[in-house]
Design a protein around this ligand. Structure first.
Ligand SMILES: Cc1cc2nc3c(=O)[nH]c(=O)nc-3n(C[C@H](O)[C@H](O)[C@H](O)COP(=O)(O)OP(=O)(O)OC[C@H]3O[C@@H](n4cnc5c(N)ncnc54)[C@H](O)[C@@H]3O)c2cc1C
Length: 474
């Protein structure tokens, strides 16, 4: 039997307690509108003959002439030969300006599915547009699995590899570390079949590529035998969680924790290999916890002390969930509430000190309430992998999609940089060429290779031009 998942904060209880809090400060706080200036959930209307596109959170928008969905590599190659500017898109779950383009956005979702799987060799070949969940489900049918998954599973393989998407696990790696080979459609419309032996440099550059080298059509991946996990979720004080974080990360296959701002409490989540009969995932909604935290902010945000007391009284302590299932049914969950996010990857030795500084900074802003996420990822060797110089601790800050996030840049990013952090390529950051070339030993090599493959900048947009120091192309 699985333990029933319990809502981590009882929203209605929080609101009811407000009745006991009279006063001018409370009344003033109640009048506040937390919506950010200029927020508009709808993408801009496209000009005649164009179409509208926006990313998941709505902060990146574009009105390209066409969103092309080629049915084959040949069709894609033909399209690339004649096109002006082109940007590949996956499922649009990046927060940075990687995709917007006025000419053609290319979606390879028709190039998807498992085309070969060899359980004895532990390898599989999949279309680049395959969504993670479909990949995991179909690989399981062949007795194979992916070693790790991110928080959600709707991203495409090409999209998540391109930005070094990761899950958590001190001895595990970001998703792209499983790549054995890929097929790439270049600016000239050629299709390259790339492995470490055939094109050693392109292979190391292409695993994490920001969609800047061409359009991926297929991947060959190293897989593991399919497996089940047991998941545990528990609530403890932030101090205890931070103190034990290193040993919990050593002890568990996957360990991460969320800190609930202004509460002093955190939720730990571990996953370990499970070999018995599975219980299935316990029912419950992570979004109810989020609503509870929002209520707490809306009602008690004016008084950090009171907010902490109410949270301490209403949060359950100890284990709140235990369930077991196939790995892909546990590691990723749905995120119905939209948000914007900054995530930096900090060298593990500086990670927890950085986290303490970030929490201190976040808690100078009474309007923050979204949980912060803390994860571990092991080293790999892709040129643009943020994890290529050693194990890193990732710290993610979120803000509701309709609320301000400008403080990520002014308040939080300088702390990450001071601790040696590298940004997640798909999440908000303000860095450009000058900083990135200092941060990544092979960054200039990547830029040179990109230019060699795409001398006319077909795959550049203004955002990428800034990253690669190619402002002439914007
Ligand atoms: C709710 C939510 C949860 C998330 N959770 C995590 C998480 O747990 N861990 C994590 O690391 N990240 C996470 N992310 C970030 C997300 O995984 C990355 O931004 C990822 O790149 C999104 O994949 P996508 O398929 O949506 O690609 P897109 O965002 O559409 O594109 C990403 C990049 O891939 C390129 N690309 C897409 N298709 C191709 C192709 N065929 N060939 C070449 N380039 C291509 C694009 O040009 C772009 O540069 C999360 C994002 C959201 C919104």
């Amino acid at each position: 039997m699985s333990t029933t998942r319990r809502n981590l904060l009882i929203g209605t209880g929080v609101v009811a307690a407000a009745a006991a809090v009279p006063g001018v400060q409370y009344a003033g706080w109640q009048m506040k509108d937390f919506t950010r200036a200029g927020y508009d959930p709808a993408p801009p209307p496209p000009p005649e003959g164009h179409v509208a596109w926006s990313n998941w959170s709505g902060i990146q928008t574009a009105t390209p002439a066409n969103i092309a969905v080629p049915a084959s590599e040949d069709e894609l190659a033909g399209l690339l030969k004649g096109a002006g500017h082109v940007r590949p898109v996956g499922s649009g779950h990046s927060f940075t300006g990687l995709v917007p383009c006025n000419d053609v956005i290319v979606d390879v979702s028709r190039l998807s599915g498992v085309s070969a799987a060899d359980a004895s060799a532990g390898t599989a070949t999949l279309g680049a547009g395959t969504r993670i969940r479909a990949a995991a489900r179909d690989l399981e049918a062949a007795g194979l699995g992916l070693p790790n998954l991110p928080d959600i599973d709707v991203q495409t393989l090409a999209g998540c590899f391109a930005t070094s998407t990761h899950g958590t696990g001190r001895t595990l790696h970001a998703m792209h570390a499983q790549i054995d080979g890929f097929r790439l459609a270049t600016a000239s419309g050629d299709i390259l079949d790339v492995t470490a032996d055939s094109h050693p440099e392109l292979f190391s550059a292409g695993k994490v590529n920001l969609g800047a080298l061409g359009v991926m059509t297929q991947y060959k991946l190293t897989c593991v035998p399919s497996y089940n996990l047991v998941r545990r979720v528990w609530v403890d004080t932030l101090d205890a969680m931070i103190e034990q974080a290193e040993s919990l990360a050593q002890q568990h296959r996957n360990f991460e924790f969320y800190y609930f701002p202004f509460t002093g409490y955190a939720a730990g989540i571990s996953h370990d290999i499970f070999e018995g009969e599975v219980t299935g995932r316990a029912q419950g909604e992570d979004d109810e916890t989020l609503e509870g935290l929002k209520d707490l902010r809306d009602v008690f945000g004016w008084s950090p002390w009171l907010r902490r007391q109410i949270a301490a009284g209403s949060l359950p302590k100890g284990v709140v969930e235990e369930s077991s299932d196939a790995y892909w049914k546990l590691l990723s969950t749905a995120r119905p509430t939209k948000f914007n996010e900054m995530e930096y990857h900090i060298p593990v030795d500086n990670g927890l000190a950085c986290l303490r500084d970030v929490i201190k900074a976040i808690e100078t802003r009474k309007d923050t309430y979204f949980p912060m996420e803390v994860r571990f990822t092991g080293q790999d060797d892709a040129w643009l992998s943020p994890f290529n110089s050693g194990t890193r601790l990732s710290i993610a800050c979120h803000a509701a999609a309709n609320e301000p996030y400008d403080y990520f840049f002014s308040l939080i990013e300088p702390i990450h940089l001071a601790h040696g952090g590298r940004p997640h390529w798909g999440k908000l950051h303000s860095l450009g060429y000058e900083q990135l070339v200092q941060m990544y030993p092979r960054f200039q090599d990547f830029c040179d290779l990109r230019k060699q493959l795409d001398p006319d900048g077909k795959f550049l947009n203004p955002y990428l031009a800034r990253l690669f120091g190619e402002d002439d192309h914007a």
